[in-house]
Ligand binder design. Structure first.
Ligand code: NAD
Length: 253
């Protein structure tokens, strides 16, 4: 890696075309990062990234030949630079109760939400180490508190938080690893669960002590603070951003 290249800060964002992904790309781009965006579809319009790599993370987790090609594409996008920030943000949310969930539901969920983040960290470890980089895993409040029909998603997010802590131990001083656990954030993933139910959406807002749902930009600001906020001792942390809902006890008053 050349000295000139070392001065460019690089950030890889998965799920870059989604609600939080777009905010992450924008936030890191605005403070001068070379942002490599990746998602399952073709290059998204109206997104200011430096480079784009199309990749299906479910296939990435299952198919080693395909995974090697994706890593080669990411190396090409990095162009010999180290990787300062890896944000594992892509996820699927397959809802279903204990009676209906299929093997494939479990495999897809665990592949995209857990195994792909691990395999990306593993494959890009030399680049992360070279840049004294850090990983931010986008988890969820469902890692700790959940509701009906979220078994696969909640399990995957609990495991992602567990992996964050385990990797903090395993990687030690080599690469920092932290996670963000948001509650409801206003994105398509969230709104999809409330289609045709505006009154329930309003109730969801009111459930939060702050009487509102979070914005994608607030998650991106927290990610930037973890990376750039002079908190190098922050390692293995799973940080809630939840408008206070995680503090609420639902007992009759
Ligand atoms: N929105 C919320 O309320 C909320 C709350 C807590 C945590 N989160 C987490 O935040 C992250 C982003 O969620 P979001 O709300 O922006 O969702 P979103 O659905 O808008 O974005 C998710 C992105 O992941 C991508 N993705 C899904 N499967 C993929 C695959 N196989 N290969 C590559 N990319 C794939 C999608 O294409 C999409 O762009 C997720 O990890 C989610 O679990 C969201």
């Amino acid at each position: 890696m050349s000295a000139a290249n070392q001065s460019i800060r690089t950030c890889l964002v998965t799920g870059a075309a989604g609600g939080i992904g777009r905010a992450l790309v924008k936030t890191f781009h605005e403070v001068g990062y070379c942002v490599i965006a990746t998602d399952i579809g073709v290059k998204p319009d109206s997104l200011t990234y430096s480079r784009y790599v199309q990749a299906d993370l479910a296939r990435f987790a299952e198919d080693e030949t395909y995974a090697s090609k994706v890593i080669a594409d990411l190396h090409q996008a990095l162009n010999g630079q180290g990787l300062h920030v890896l944000i594992n943000n892509a996820a699927v949310q397959i809802l279903g109760g204990a009676e209906s969930l299929t093997r494939q539901d479990w495999r897809t969920t665990l592949d995209v939400n857990l195994l792909a983040p691990f395999l990306l960290i593993q494959a890009l470890l030399p680049e992360l180490e070279a840049a004294k980089g850090c990983v931010v895993n986008i988890g969820s409040i469902h890692a700790r508190q959940t509701k009906r029909n979220f078994v696969t998603y909640a399990t995957s997010k609990a495991a992602l938080s567990g992996m964050t802590r385990a990797l903090a131990i395993d990687l030690g001083s080599r690469v920092r690893v932290n996670a963000i656990e948001p509650a409801a954030i206003e994105t398509e993933m969230l709104k999809a669960g409330f289609t045709g139910k505006p009154e329930i959406y309003t109730q969801l807002e009111r459930c939060h002590p702050q009487q509102r749902i979070g914005q994608p930009e607030e998650v991106a600001s927290l990610a930037l603070a973890i990376v750039e906020g002079g908190m190098n001792f922050l390692h293995g942390a799973c940080i809630s951003i939840d408008g206070g809902i995680g503090c609420r006890l639902y007992d009759p008053e």
